[in-house]
Design a protein around this ligand. Structure first.
Ligand SMILES: NC(=O)c1ccc[n+]([C@@H]2O[C@H](COP(=O)([O-])OP(=O)(O)OC[C@H]3O[C@@H](n4cnc5c(N)ncnc54)[C@H](O)[C@@H]3O)[C@@H](O)[C@H]2O)c1
Length: 318
């Protein structure tokens, strides 16, 4: 399977601001499809790490027949890295911002981008939850601002949520939709902006209930993971929740949920167990401990399991 290589005529140059976990993979996706990409971050060290990671990702894709091994040097050549924002965006037609999730920081970057970019340039944020109208509030180009929300890892997960604000123009939505399609992504247009759009909202609801289950002693975190992975998690990768429940019938769903809903967690507050974990430094992989103990080996096993399954899904178009 080869990625599409069809550039759209309005867009030649891409800039990606923030070269972390998401930014490097987003830059890689555009470069793979033939676009010239400027990658920007605050230090050369972060940019060098991003380059290294992109190289590893491309090798993995080539080993699994997703791209040609011989295409890797050209793809890498199409990505230029710089710590100077002005240089990164001066000739950009489309900019994706993927810096740390912090509203004032993103607002400042968008204000700078508004001043530095050409008038026609579209500005997109990869924020997980914030709304494009909030992020672009200090700019004079609300019609050219929207969110393109990728899922991690962006080079293995096809869907990108495309969130418009009330000010985003139809043309901006249409050019962005075509651009994402041209690089082989599956864009989903979210018509009305809301915190967390669709994907993060649904995931937040799931993890809120998962924390409640553990906190109330109903089941351990390991059991929650076991249940999800081996039951409805399997179904969800091939059929959406509405499809799944339409197979069952809404009458059955109504009967089952009438009692259950009264018992589900619907607190607007963060679960105390989540706060406790963060306060005691149990952050998960990054601190070596969360619900699980994360040795290097255990991390690698999980990462390999996830990437192999996602590559399989990509190859077979699941
Ligand atoms: N991690 C995920 O699973 C995920 C998924 C979807 C969306 N997102 C969103 O993507 C964005 C980036 O997340 P991430 O996980 O890649 O974070 P990250 O911490 O891995 O990367 C953020 C990068 O932004 C850089 N940065 C910070 N300030 C900057 C500035 N002023 N100019 C240029 N670069 C700057 C940092 O140096 C860092 O390299 C966030 O908005 C996040 O909510 C994350």
């Amino acid at each position: 399977m080869k990625l599409p290589n069809r550039k759209i005529k309005e867009i030649n140059n891409i800039a990606v601001i923030g070269a972390g976990l998401m930014g490097h993979g987003i830059a890689q996706e555009f470069a793979c499809a033939g676009y010239c990409v400027q990658l920007n971050d605050i230090s050369d060290e972060r940019l060098n790490n991003a380059r290294l990671q992109i190289s590893k990702n491309l090798t993995l894709l080539a080993e699994n027949g997703i791209i040609e091994q011989t295409s890797i040097p050209d793809t890498l050549q199409r990505i230029q890295a710089t710590t100077e924002l002005a240089k990164a965006v001066e000739s950009a037609d489309f900019v994706v911002e993927a810096v740390t999730e912090n509203l004032p920081l993103k607002q400042q970057i968008f204000e700078n981008l508004d001043n530095l970019c050409q008038p026609h340039t579209i500005l997109a944020s990869n924020t997980t939850a914030l709304m494009p109208s909030q992020i672009g509030i200090k700019t004079h180009r609300g019609d050219k601002i929207l969110n393109t929300h990728y899922f991690n890892p962006p080079y293995l997960i096809p869907l990108v949520e495309l969130i418009r604000s009330p000010r985003t123009s139809d043309e901006t939505v249409s050019v962005t939709f075509d651009l994402l399609s041209s690089i082989g992504k599956t864009p989903a247009i979210i018509e009305k902006e809301a915190l967390g759009f669709v994907g993060p909202r649904l995931q937040a609801a799931l993890i809120r209930e998962a924390f409640a289950i553990v906190e109330q002693g109903i089941a351990s975190a390991e059991t929650v993971d076991l249940v999800v992975r081996n039951s409805f998690g399997r179904r969800l990768s091939v059929a959406g929740p509405f499809e799944v429940f339409e197979l069952a019938g809404w009458d059955l769903v109504l009967a089952a949920f009438e009692e259950l809903y009264k018992d589900l967690n619907n607190s607007p507050n963060i679960n105390p167990l989540l706060r406790e974990m963060v306060d005691s430094g149990k952050l998960g992989v990054k601190s070596g401990e969360g619900f699980y103990q994360w040795t290097d080996e255990r991390q690698q096993i999980l990462r390999d399991r996830m990437s192999q399954a996602l590559i399989h899904a990509l190859r077979h178009n699941v």
